[in-house]
Design a protein around this ligand. Structure first.
Ligand code: ADP
Ligand code: MG
Length: 393
C-alpha cells in the first residue's frame, strides 16, 4: 500500500524527520488559505497523486508541471485551480495519467543540494538496504544506468539496525561536511526508525535536501507498506486512498482474492500462484494476452468464485474467461458445482473455458457438460489456452 506525500508529512512529524511546513487542500480557495497561514513568500504547490515525476509531468489540459514554486497566496490559488480536477501524466502514471483531487501547499526551501535516499528490503539478503546518491531530484533508475558509481549501497543488519558508524560513513560518502554531519545522521536514523516501526517495504526520499543554513529536510516522499503487517497499524491502514488504486483490485481485496489487473483480454481464474503464472504464460504462448492474475487460493468458497467471476466480467476488455483449477484439496466436482452456481447467478456475457484436473475430474466435467450452460471444457492446459485464445478471435 502507498500513501500520499501530504500524509507522509504527518508521519515525518511523528518521527522527527524535518520537512517543510505545509498542508493539503482540495479547492483553490483552501490552497490560498493554507498559503496565507504559512506566512512566507516562498511557496510550493504540488499535485498529490500516487506517482512520481510530477515536476516534469504534463496535465492533459496542456498545463506543464505538477510542482510549482510561487510567491503569493493568490498565485497558489491560480496554480491549484489549474491542477485540481485535471489529469496529470508523468513517466510513472502511464499514458492515462492520474486525476488530481488534492494539492499540497508547503513552504519552498532554498536548496544547496538535492540527494537521493531510500530504504528498502533487499530480497537477496532478506535485510534492509539503504540506497543513496548525491544525484538527487532526478530519476534514480537513470543515475543507476548512466553513473552506477554514484549509487551508494549500505546493507543494514536486521537485528543491530542502522549503526552510528554506518550513518556517519554514509553522510561522508554523500559529501556532507562535519558541520552538517549531525543533521544528516539524525535524518537517516529517524527514517530508519520509521521504516522499521511502520513495517515499510520502501521509504524513498527524492530529494532529501540540504539548505544553505545546513538543514537537512525531506522534500518528497514515497512510502510502501507491507500489506501483511497493516493489521498492526490501523492508523496507517486508514490512510489508504482507494481512488488511487485499480478498482478491480479494490473489489478483489474485499473477498481476499489475490488479483492483479493487466491489460489483455483473457480473464483467468486459477487456484495457486504457480498455476496462475503458468496459465498466463501459456495464454501468451498461444498468442493471447491475460487480462489479470487471479489466484482464488486453495480453499476458495463458492461466494469467492462468484465474486471473482463478477470482477472478471465487469472488466470491459475481457473477451473470454479461462478457469484453470487443480482439484487437490478441493475436489473437482465441488469446484464444478461452484462454477455452475456462480455462472447461474451472474449474467455471463463472454465465452467460458474450464479446465479441471485432479480428484473426481470426470465427475466434475460431467457436471459442467450436463449443466447446459455455455461452458467449454478442456482436457489440459494447452487445450484450454488454445480454446480461450480462439474464443477471443
Ligand atoms: P516529483 O519527484 O514527483 O517530481 P518532488 O516533490 O520531488 O516531485 O518535486 C520536484 C522538485 O521540486 C524537487 O526535486 C525539488 O527541486 C523541488 N521541490 C519540491 N518540494 C520543494 C520544496 N518544499 N521546496 C523547494 N523545492 C521543492
Ligand atoms: Mg521527487
Amino acid at each position: 500500500m502507498n500513501i500520499h506525500e501530504y500524509q507522509a508529512k504527518e508521519l515525518f512529524q511523528k518521527f522527527s524527520v524535518p520537512t517543510p511546513p505545509g498542508r493539503v487542500a482540495h479547492t483553490p480557495e483552501e490552497a490560498e488559505a493554507v498559503a496565507s497561514s504559512l506566512k512566507t513568500n516562498h511557496l510550493v504547490v504540488k499535485a498529490q497523486i500516487h506517482a512520481g515525476g510530477r515536476g516534469k509531468g504534463t496535465f492533459k489540459n496542456g498545463f506543464q508541471g505538477g510542482v510549482h514554486l510561487v510567491k503569493t497566496p493568490g498565485q497558489v490559488r491560480d496554480i491549484a485551480a489549474k491542477m485540481l480536477g485535471q489529469t496529470l501524466v508523468t513517466h510513472q502514471t502511464g499514458p492515462d495519467g492520474k486525476l488530481v483531487s488534492k494539492v499540497l501547499v508547503a513552504e519552498a526551501k532554498d536548496i544547496s543540494h538535492e540527494y537521493y535516499f531510500a530504504i528498502l528490503l533487499d530480497r537477496t539478503t532478506y535485510a534492509p538496504l539503504i540506497i543513496a546518491s548525491t544525484r538527487g531530484g532526478m530519476d534514480i533508475e537513470k543515475v543507476a544506468e548512466e553513473t552506477p558509481q554514484l549509487i551508494i549501497r549500505e546493507p543494514i543488519h536486521p537485528l543491530l539496525g542502522l549503526q552510528p558508524y554506518q550513518s556517519r560513513n554514509l553522510a561522508k560518502r554523500l559529501g556532507f561536511t562535519s558541520a552538517q554531519m549531525r543533521a544528516a545522521c539524525q535524518v537517516f536514523d529517524a527514517l530508519y526508525r520509521m521504516f522499521i516501526s511502520c513495517d515499510c517495504s520502501l521509504v524513498e526520499i527524492n530529494p532529501l535536501a540540504l539548505t544553505p543554513g545546513g538543514e537537512v529536510l525531506a522534500l518528497d516522499a514515497k512510502f510502501g507498506f507491507d500489506e501483511n503487517a497493516l493489521y498492526r497499524h490501523p492508523e496507517i491502514a486508514a490512510l489508504r486512498d482507494i481512488t488511487e488504486e485499480d478498482p478491480r483490485e479494490v473489489e478483489a481485496s474485499k473477498y481476499h482474492l489475490n488479483y492483479i489487473g493487466l491489460d489483455g483480454n483473457i480473464a483467468c481464474l486459477v487456484n495457486g500462484a504457480g498455476l496462475a503464472m503458468a496459465t498466463m504464460d501459456i495464454i501468451q504462448y498461444h498468442g493471447g494476452r491475460p487480462a489479470n492474475f487471479l489466484d482464488v487460493g486453495g480453499g476458495a468458497s463458492e461466494e469467492q468464485v462468484t465474486e471473482a467471476f463478477k470482477i472478471l466480467i465487469s472488466d470491459k476488455n475481457v473477451k473470454a474467461i479461462l478457469v484453470n483449477i487443480f482439484g487437490g484439496i478441493m475436489k473437482c466436482d465441488i469446484i464444478a458445482q461452484g462454477i455452475i452456481n456462480a455462472v447461474k447467478t451472474i449474467n455471463l456475457t463472454v465465452p467460458l473455458v474450464v479446465r479441471l484436473e485432479g480428484t473426481n475430474v470426470e465427475l466434475g466435467k460431467k457436471l459442467l457438460q450436463d449443466s447446459r450452460l455455455p461452458i467449454t471444457t478442456a482436457d489440459d492446459l494447452n487445450d484450454a489456452a488454445q480454446k480461450a485464445v480462439a474464443a477471443t478471435k
